[in-house]
Design a protein around this ligand. Sequence first.
Ligand code: 13P
Length: 284
Amino acid sequence: MLINMKELLSAAQKSDWAVGSFSVSNMEMVLGIIKAAEETNSPIILQIAQVRLKQSPLELIGPLMIAAAKNANVPVAVHFDHGLTLEIIKLALDIGFTSVMFDGSHLPLEENITKTLLTVELAKKYGASVEAEIGCVGGSEDGSDDIAINCTSPEDAVRFVDATNVDALAIAIGNAHGNYKETPHLRFDILTKVRDSVSVPLVLHGGTGILPEEFIKCRKNGIKKINIATATFDSVCNSVSDAFKSGGINGYYDIQTAEVDGAYNNALKHIKIFDCSNKADLFR
Ligand code: 13P
């Protein structure tokens, strides 16, 4: 069942759970993640970031993600992650994505507001949700850059949300994309200040490597969407590599099965930490 992201996040805001937003780059990942969501009766978000389109063209993977969401027996929002231009965001909306992110986090606040507003106006025509980001999450989505973390200012969050009316706000609280060099410890002092200052659901990027107890503290303090990418890609690689080592690969289709298993195992683990199980019933 394809659903708007805003609907999922508003339901999560009424309680202490959060929705897992899993990055995908092929059909096997989509299948593994949806299998984990269906088995646990959990709503879920499938997402792909603009930087991934080199390997997985949006015109091909987008319709696949939408079809998988429609076929699923749990609510699935389909989100375009880290959109950098209005043109590509429009393409995602034309394909049927129910949520888009404009990432202007690298821009000065006022320019980020102006450009986010263009996305908000566009998405409104499609009835889609909009996520934006202020402050700077560290690293980069495809590992090509080592962007420094710049924690979100609660005052900027108020100005940004008032001016743009976005549906979800990604914040920087010590989180970074990719594998962390050291175990991260998030700035819960900043998270609670932002949570107390704005009423929108908050988003945590850079989910890979965050400790389970910190995820739990996040979801109890206003984080309602948690992005996981690298952990899925690593889990898929490891699953295929283990299957080769144990002699379980006797042809291409076994590789596909191992990929599905890798994505499934990683999604299952996170769904449990996010306390998403059985929340699909809220939408029936
Ligand atoms: P990780 O790759 O660190 O899990 O980050 C995912 C993410 O935030 C996608 O936007």
